[in-house]
Design a protein around this ligand. Structure first.
Ligand SMILES: NC(=O)c1ccc[n+]([C@@H]2O[C@H](COP(=O)([O-])OP(=O)(O)OC[C@H]3O[C@@H](n4cnc5c(N)ncnc54)[C@H](O)[C@@H]3O)[C@@H](O)[C@H]2O)c1
Length: 431
């Protein structure tokens, strides 16, 4: 099929490249000419394992192309809209980029081109987009197919989705979706067809539910610390219960990233506009926001303000270069306000972090270099690379021989043998 992709960020690039590997002919559009130029020459603009190889293969086979010219989308059977939907000040989702993309599509494409919203948009949005198109005197149809990929394992997730959700308004659209997703083995991966608003609701409720799970386990970690229990064993014991499940039960510095904070806020906003109370969701949002200052206070209970410290990890999770709304960044900002000097090192996110230009922060490619003159190491992101550092070497550099491990990543024996004292989340092993 001829498929257009609008927006080549984390979602659009993975979707376009991977659909091209399934044989579809993909035209990708992004308004950012620098991104387009790099992608067209085979350079991957995001850090995602395996993606650059697939991109190169598809470019060689002419199955994908990139440009900023919407005219390339003429004759598309379907177009996925994958542009950003950032949060507004009041918590609502900013749909400006989506409306702009839709306006361009209906100007240029034939009315038989199906518009598929892959961006995360608040429930009832597709209905409103449809009305917007109708008011412009056009007949293009709008459907929904939200994205569930996880940054850091996006290629794997594309190949192994738990489910595919399609919001449709008629049987013909179902046929188009079946043609796009022809490669899905429905015995392994169910495709759920529903109305567009429920489809959008599935996406928001899923992200919100996961964030509640994280806030819950983080609060249990606080209690474990107080009463001498071990959060890692607690998570393991709880997670073995199939009704609960083991994922999203790792205590840490709070959830973050470009999706959970804005999506939970947008769902809370939508509920409040509809006069529906969301006590659980609202508490989870509040709990997570307080976590950042709690982590600052935890660090400050071991290190004097004004000290130099080492931050290992600024990406919001391992496997990605994305630092948007990263808990690490939010906590580092609070530490900078307390006059800390922060020497930062990430495996993939250094460039994006440096782009934030935070005062009193330096960025280092070499983790040992980030430890010079430092009072302690704080682990913010759960990269394996940090697990496998030479901690004997590190202990000869770090002044205070202290590690505050906000991800419970490191092996206790290994780092204590190297001479470090370690402080964890939700457990105290230094008894
Ligand atoms: N990042 C994730 O892990 C993830 C997962 C699931 C869903 N989502 C959702 O998918 C959407 C996209 O997220 P993302 O992280 O890929 O965003 P992103 O910011 O990485 O990428 C968006 C891209 O769209 C381009 N763009 C904006 N307006 C455009 C327009 N009118 N025409 C062409 N290009 C345009 C931008 O230049 C940018 O490159 C969001 O709604 C997000 O909530 C993201």
């Amino acid at each position: 099929m001829k498929i257009g992709i609008i927006g080549t960020g984390y979602v659009g690039l993975v979707t376009g490249v991977m659909l091209s590997r399934k044989g579809h002919n993909i035209k990708s559009i992004d308004l950012n000419p620098k991104i387009v130029e790099k992608l067209q020459s085979g350079i991957c603009t995001i850090h995602e394992s395996g993606l650059e190889k697939h991109l190169g293969d598809s470019l060689k086979e002419s199955k994908i192309s990139f440009s900023s010219d919407y005219k390339d989308l003429v004759c598309s059977d379907a177009i996925f809209i994958c542009v950003g939907t950032p949060g507004n000040e009041d918590g609502s989702a900013n749909l400006g980029y989506v409306y702009s993309a839709i306006s361009s599509v209906i100007e240029i494409c034939d009315e038989s081109t199906l518009i598929i919203i892959k961006s995360t948009v608040p429930p009832t949005s597709a209905v409103k987009f449809q009305e917007f198109i109708r008011q412009k005197g056009k007949k293009h149809l709008v459907t929904s197919s939200p994205e569930f990929l996880r940054e850091g394992s996006a290629v794997f997730d594309f190949e192994n989705p738990d489910r595919i959700v399609c919001g449709i308004t008629d049987e013909y659209q179902k046929e188009i979706f079946n043609k796009i997703y022809y490669y899905i083995d429905i015995k392994k991966t169910p495709i759920i067809f529903t109305d567009t608003t429920t489809s959008e609701m599935i996406k928001y409720s899923s992200n919100s539910f996961l964030s509640v799970k994280l806030s819950f386990i983080n609060e249990m970690a606080n209690l474990c610390e107080k009463i001498g229990a071990n959060i890692d064993d607690l998570s393991k014991g709880m997670g073995m219960d199939k009704r609960i499940g083991s994922l999203f039960l790792n205590a840490g510095p709070g959830y973050g990233g470009s999706c959970f904070p804005k999506d939970t806020n947008a769902l809370e906003y939508l509920a409040s506009k509809n006069e529906i109370e969301t006590l659980v969701l609202s508490s989870s949002i509040k709990s997570n926001l307080s976590r950042y200052s709690m982590m600052r206070d935890k660090i400050m209970s071991f290190v004097l303000s004004g000290s130099t410290i080492t931050a290992l990890g600024m990406a919001f999770k391992a496997g990605t270069d994305d630092v948007r709304d990263s808990p690490a960044v939010n906590i580092i900002k609070l530490l900078v306000q307390e006059n800390f000097m922060v020497q930062c090192c990430d495996v993939a996110g250094n460039q994006n972090f440096a782009g934030l230009n935070l005062p009193n922060c330096t960025v280092h490619d070499n983790p040992y270099e980030a430890m010079h003159q430092s009072e302690c190491i704080v682990i913010f992101t759960e990269w394996d690379e940090f697990k496998n550092l030479d901690y004997k070497k590190a202990s000869s550099i770090v002044k205070n021989k202290l590690i505050i491990d906000l991800r419970n990543l490191l092996d206790y024996e290994k780092v204590t043998e190297a001479g470090f004292k370690i402080v964890n989340i939700g457990k105290n092993l230094n008894k």
